[in-house]
Design a protein around this ligand. Structure first.
Ligand code: BG6
Length: 497
């Protein structure tokens, strides 16, 4: 990461008593500070409904950092210096009276550091509060830049379908200019995800292979072993398609499928990703089952222990129809990818936590080793996003011995082995980018709307009482058995990472 520029700023977090602040935002801010890359001086103004003093908030955040941060405070003195920058303002974000109080806290902070009035707002609340927050920021005048930058980061979900995404877009546009708006997708901040572009566009050897002439199929897997944990009520409204597919998996598809951008800057990168979205063949409402499959986990096992089914989770209806597994088959209708199926799948309570992109290449046109008793696998390139970050190319080799026997070998690169240490958390990178005004790794509004538009027919079909089947699967398995027939049409099979 770049060394901290002298760029004093204030970060205002709405939803400061929530899980996101505790698990992700504060640990990321702390790690940036401890790594000396957070621009200084800074003030973090945290606001939520819970009544708390500054000190009580600091104690909570100290505990959160202890539990979740990548870097631990080296001494109490260093922690104290960071903690002094934390200010807590209790209040209801739907109440206009909160905003003058936030403004006062901002002005106090800006007067104390006597430099810069750069402000970054962060909506870390449930999405039902976004409208009020955005409207109040607009009407209070806080959305307008006052000398430095004024930006807003919005967390997903950005709406729950095309219409609501557009409504949110309009609401944001009523208070902010598009260049002030940062829609966060934390997958784009993951080191290995950023590396997809470096890998594709900083090496000459892959580009000639990266097309329909050589690639037979692409599989994107984002599998989680956890269930819905404490988020049953949220998940009931979301489901796998909205929670993961509409954002994280479609972003990964775009990074794999996009053309080389002119430069690695926000505009060109976003343009190329948008072009991919435009090239994805629309899903026909009458043929949704050919492009999409859904499942829901029942009771089973996770790490050897029995776990309940989705319908038994807290906050979930006993007859819930919400999908916890979703698979898609998409086609990108352009010169590069015509005819290459992209299979995407994601689910909770799957056999293990693993995110990867697998590119399967065509077989050789003719195999001369007909005396070998073993066949040959097609070459594949697997980009492992997490855990065990890295990439592996599978090639055929002669296995040792007097016979001519072929076997697959993996040319394997592991981040941990090569670079050591833990890579920075996605939120670290993304927060820093927003402070520096770099939106390359953020999702633009038109991309988000296009993603909802693409999934619209699936959302509609799955929302109908007599919609396509919701296949059960056992917790701890690789998803519904029917998912195998779904992919078999293209002569493939799901990988078992
Ligand atoms: C979030 C989803 O966006 O991503 C969660 O809302 C999911 O349901 C999480 O668990 C997965 O993120 P990661 O970084 O743990 O793969």
């Amino acid at each position: 990461m770049t060394v901290a520029a002298d760029e004093p700023f204030s970060l205002i977090i709405f939803g400061a008593s929530g899980d996101l602040t505790r698990r992700k935002l504060m640990p990321a801010l702390w790690s940036l500070y401890a790594g000396r890359v957070l621009p200084e001086p800074f003030t973090i103004i945290a606001t939520a409904r819970t009544g708390m003093t500054d000190d009580e908030f600091r104690v909570r955040m100290r505990a959160a950092i202890g539990e979740f941060a990548r870097i631990q405070p080296p001494s109490e003195a260093v922690w104290e210096r960071f903690a002094r920058a934390l200010v807590y303002v209790a209040g209801d974000p739907t109440d206009a009276a909160l905003y003058p109080r936030i403004e006062r806290a901002l002005k106090d902070a800006e007067a104390a550091r006597a430099a810069g009035a750069s402000r970054l707002f962060y909506c870390a609340t449930p999405p039902s509060l976004y409208d009020d927050i955005i409207q109040n920021l607009g009407s209070s005048g806080l959305a307008r830049p006052v000398g430095g930058f004024t930006r807003i980061i919005v967390e997903k979900p950005f709406g729950r379908d095309y219409a609501s995404a557009r409504a949110l877009g309009r609401q944001l546009a009523s208070a902010f200019h598009e260049e002030q708006i940062y829609r966060i997708d934390h997958y784009l901040g993951k080191e290995t995800v950023q590396n997809i572009l470096v890998f594709r566009f900083a090496n000459g050897i892959f580009e000639p292979l990266w097309n329909r002439n050589h690639v037979a199929e692409v599989q994107v897997t984002v599998a989680e072993s956890i269930g819905v944990e404490t988020r049953g009520a949220y998940y009931e409204e979301a489901g796998a398609l909205r929670d993961m597919m509409q954002n994280h998996l479609l972003q990964l598809l775009c990074l794999i499928a996009m053309e080389p951008p002119v430069t690695f800057d926000a505009g060109p990168v976003r343009d190329e990703k948008n072009k991919v979205m435009h090239a994805i063949r629309p899903i026909e409402p009458a043929r949704v089952s050919e492009s999409a499959l859904r499942g829901q986990y029942g009771p089973g096992f996770a790490e050897g222990k029995p776990v309940p089914g989705y319908r038994q989770e807290k906050g979930v209806a006993p007859d819930s129809k919400t999908e916890t597994y979703a698979a898609l088959r998409l086609l990108v209708d352009n010169w590069r990818w015509a005819g290459v199926p992209f299979y995407l799948r994601t689910g909770k309570r799957l056999a293990k936590r693993v995110s990867e992109i697998a590119i399967r290449f065509h077989r050789t046109p003719h195999l001369i080793f007909h005396r070998s008793p073993t066949g040959v696998e097609a070459n594949s390139l697997v980009i492992r996003i997490q855990p065990d970050e890295g990439m592996a190319l599978t090639v055929a080799a002669k296995t040792p011995g007097p016979d001519l026997r072929l076997g697959p070998v993996r040319l394997d690169f592991r981040y941990g082995e090569v670079f050591g240490g833990e890579p920075p958390e996605a939120y670290e990178r993304l927060l820093l980018d927003a402070i520096h005004g770099d939106a390359t790794l953020y999702a633009p509004g038109d991309w988000v709307e296009k993603a909802w538009q693409l999934l619209g027919p699936v959302l509609d079909a799955w929302g109908e009482a007599a919609g396509p089947p919701l296949y059960p699967y056992e917790a701890g398995s690789w998803g519904p058995a029917e998912a195998e027939a779904f992919i078999a049409r293209d002569s493939g099979a799901w990988r078992r990472p």
